[in-house]
Design a protein around this ligand. Structure first.
Ligand code: BG6
Length: 482
């Protein structure tokens, strides 16, 4: 059933966050150390350092984050005031299995999410839950090598099963792995550590990194499919999705070499979604693996599991697009650094060099719908920006409203003109939190401001930005009043 704007009547308006970026309380109530707990604060063009365990004296912004762990009641109340129908967050794996390989889960961790979900449901807010969002137990990295090890499948499946059983009457919408395809850029330490727990300290070559990334990714898609199968058995009403970072790749020109390169780049970036949504590897990637001896460990049984564990919907994040230019150095197109990426002269860029491309969202919704024939959900979208607090405490973030308005317009057009079946929209960082990429607080996305700076100073007090009232009105009108 749809409404005047064309959106479903039960459209899931909400906001998105991830446990590691807002909860804080990193060592409270038995929680173990996760991969995000060993990342220091970086800045624009200054990568976060991934330390070997926790080193005294370093600034680890996720340790306290915005202390949602102790503020969640007030924060959820503010989400309810905005009119949220859903709230996307993740379950920190290390609260449930502190080391990842225990036989019994940690009851205090399970209880936290029980209470937090109850608080959401009290206001009619549906939790939308990602099982793994950049926070695998660090112990699984040091003892097992992260996802390069097939054993990790069992640990993940156990974690997923415990969560599905415990929250089966509280959570209906799930996702397995957040932005599983970030690791396409396998030369980027951050992406491959957060996706797969692959941490390189011995100057491994590009080829070694690439090989490990593909093998690890295979184990992840198998784990994801197993989780989908088990979840559906535990509660047939569950809707379980995958989650890819969707950044459409455009050719820099009409030169056929650029066009083919962009097509290859799309294949390299989105095959995870093919496997998760369609149940098998696309032929282009199979050919690539065969020609380069990649992903050696795949069994006939794995292939059956992949076919049986396809997702119910495709979740994706959308921030921007990228544009590539052919170069003789990289004819096959590997995502090694930003070698092929060029600036798109048609787009404006934010302070972190991200282009702003609302039409790209409509393009993405079309692409995903045409490829997978499933409902889609925009589970992240947003504008990282510096905010200025006026002397009276107000924050006039019209740049954020402009960005979101332009994207929501394209989103509604895709539903009405292109027939996309869209389940919901959860803009990223609905409350200010720690940036994943840079570890900064000052790269803000929220409708709700949190008083804290990049050094960790501040009262943690929450206040409403102008965008808070804008979004409230959008939800109230189900997208008619933008
Ligand atoms: C996505 C992630 O990459 O984008 C989030 O799923 C992340 O965890 C968000 O925070 C925005 O990126 P950043 O680097 O600005 O925090």
């Amino acid at each position: 059933e749809t409404t005047k704007s064309g959106l479903r009547k039960d459209f899931l308006w909400g906001g998105a966050v991830a446990a590691n970026q807002l909860e804080g309380a990193w060592d409270v109530d038995g929680k173990g150390v996760s991969v995000s707990d060993i990342m220091t604060a970086g800045a624009y063009q200054k990568p976060r350092e991934i330390t070997d365990g926790i080193i005294a004296g370093k600034n680890y912004p996720n340790h306290e984050a915005i202390d949602f762990y102790h503020h969640y009641k007030d924060d959820i109340k503010m989400f309810a005031e905005m009119g949220f129908k859903c709230f996307r967050t993740s379950i920190a794996w290390t609260r449930i299995f502190p080391n990842g390989d225990e036989t019994e889960p940690n009851e205090a961790g399970l209880k936290f999410y029980d209470d937090m979900f109850d608080e959401c449901l009290k206001y009619g807010i549906e939790p939308v839950i990602t099982l793994s969002h950049f926070e695998m137990p660090y112990h699984l990295v040091t003892e097992y090598g992260g996802w390069r090890n097939r054993k990790v499948i069992d640990f993940f499946v156990k974690f997923a099963t415990v969560c599905f059983k415990r929250y089966k009457d509280k959570v209906k919408y799930w996702m397995t792995f957040n932005e599983i395809n970030n690791q396409t850029t396998f030369t980027n330490d951050f992406s491959i550590a957060t996706d797969s727990g692959l941490i390189f300290r011995n100057k491994e070559s590009e080829a070694e990194r690439e090989a490990l990334m593909y093998q690890a990714s295979h184990y992840e898609v198998v784990a994801s499919a197993l989780a989908v199968k088990i979840g559906h058995k535990i509660n047939p009403d569950f809707e379980i999705g995958n989650m890819v970072n969707f950044t459409p790749v455009y050719p820099a020109s009409s030169d056929p070499k650029d066009i083919l390169l962009a097509e290859k780049a799309m294949q390299r970036r989105y095959w995870w979604a093919d496997v998760q949504a369609l149940g098998e590897y696309p032929v282009g990637m199979e050919a690539y693996f065969k020609n380069h001896d990649l992903r050696p460990d795949i069994t006939a049984e794995d292939r059956v599991v992949l076919r049986e564990g396809t997702v119910d919907y495709v979740g994706f994040s959308y921030y921007n697009s990228m544009t590539v230019k052919y170069s003789d150095d990289n004819p096959e197109f590997k995502f090694v650094g930003d070698r092929e990426a060029v600036k798109n002269p048609n787009l404006k860029y934010n302070d972190w060099g991200w282009p702003v491309d609302p039409v790209g969202l409509r393009y993405s919704m079309n692409w995903l719908t045409e490829h997978y024939h499933k409902p889609v959900m925009i589970v992240e979208n947003g504008f990282g920006a510096y905010d200025k607090v006026e002397s009276d405490g107000s924050i006039h973030d019209d740049y954020r409203v402009d960005y979101l308005r332009a994207h929501v317009k394209q989103m509604i057009t895709a539903v009405n003109e292109d027939g996309v079946d869209l389940m919901g929209y959860t803009p990223w960082g609905c409350i200010d939190l720690v940036s994943a990429g840079t570890g900064q607080m000052s790269k803000r996305y929220g409708f709700i401001y949190v008083d804290k700076d990049d050094e960790g100073n501040g009262t943690l007090e929450r206040s409403k930005k102008d965008s808070f009232y804008w979004y409230q009105k959008v939800i109230r009108s189900n997208g008619l009043d933008l």
